[in-house]
Design a protein around this ligand. Sequence first.
Ligand SMILES: Cc1ncc(COP(=O)(O)O)c(C=O)c1O
Length: 481
Amino acid sequence: MVKLSRLNANLLKAHYAVRGKIVIRAQELEKQGRHITYCNIGNPQALKQKPLTFVRQVLALVEYPELLDRPETASLFPADAVRRARLILEKNPTGMGAYTQSAGMPFIRQAVADFISKRDGIPADPDRILLTDGASKGVQSAMTMLTSGPDDGFMIPIPQYPLYSATIDLYGARQANYFLDEANGWQLSEEELKRSVAEAREQGVNPVAIAVINPGNPTGAVLSRENIIMVIRFARENGLAILADEVYQENIYGEGLKFHSFAKVMHELNEKDVTLFSFHSVSKGFLGECGHRGGYMEVRNMPDDVWAELIKLQSIGLCSNTTGQVVTYLMIDPPGTGDESFALYEKEKNAILGDLKEKARILGEGLNSIEGMSVAVPHGAMYAFVRFDLPHPDGTDPEKMTPSERHKYESARDSKYCLRLLEETGICVVPGSGFGQRPGTLHFRTTFLPPKEEITALVEKMRRFHSSYRAKIEQGAVKSA
Ligand SMILES: Cc1ncc(COP(=O)(O)O)c(C=O)c1O
């Protein structure tokens, strides 16, 4: 029998907090009949967000093409959904059950290039576009190809989405942290990037790439164009590739804020040296089609022989799944103004985005009104990274601890807090230590995906829990917190 001790040590080392211990406990409680509010992961449809009608209509037709020849189809499906399904089957005549080319269906890669050109007003090459099983697989492919030895390192934001730290561990690479500035709405500073790269080199790390998540998970921050210019310049000066995680590009709520893609800014700077990998996904935005595992990676400044290796890597897994490819296509080429589906599509899209914007505000303002909690009201994405303060139990002084003792103490504290929150209120959030946080600070990450009415109730439950938990520590009733 395979034993734990014989497993790949890199796998044992890797942590993926958003589906970790607390979530497992939440599932146990749910089995026992407790109502759990899952705020641990950006999985919109699991929290009652409805799929876009047009997407599901086209999927139904392409998965069961016999429907196209049935007379009742014309009354059940809008004409443009039928037309679109026919087009997909015509362009991909082997159907949904056949492998596609490794990089994905050529007409969808062309459509992605057209989407980027239209979104950014820049040229885009379909031969540098790869369709992937969600953005995760694209990020992992880029990281696989960039890790050439055990000292190769990736600069990642702290806090970060744990796909990055877990993949670094999995591939036996090194992690170089750059801290985002909480006091400044989680913005990114050049001094911090310089500090981080210098520290990494001192520790024998050879930084090969910098990952940037924009809009941010877990921070909800949106990068300015100036910030992006700074990152590109920094990458050039330090010989780094850029991994631009842009899965939340549609999720921007802050007044006057705008999404700037790395591709556009790079084109405007006429940057020809820095290799850019950009990622997009069907899981977020307003589609929320996480389970369909669709997305794409666009690459800039990559020679043909390197691109061929990326295709080879993809071909080892044959191709991304076909429904994911089709959902990606529908995301980047939605119904147009003349289409029968247009009005409903726009209505559903605007309702979802409007709701998210309002929920970000309700949650942010609500949590900020709790004594001992603070949060930058999210401007984007689907999360709030909430700071909370706890008193130390009698006789505990973290200032007297070594950095590793302190890290252990602090990550035990936020995990215990989140576990107690779950046990007492049924709210499932993720401890900040799963994303990284500055020493001396405690956080948790929550999504703002639950229905509006539930968010208000959730804030009230958190308020009561936080004050009673603090009181228990002060009274010595929670010993190791
Ligand atoms: C920043 C970020 N990147 C990538 C992903 C992965 O998404 P996908 O479902 O496309 O793999 C997520 C999922 O939450 C995310 O938050």
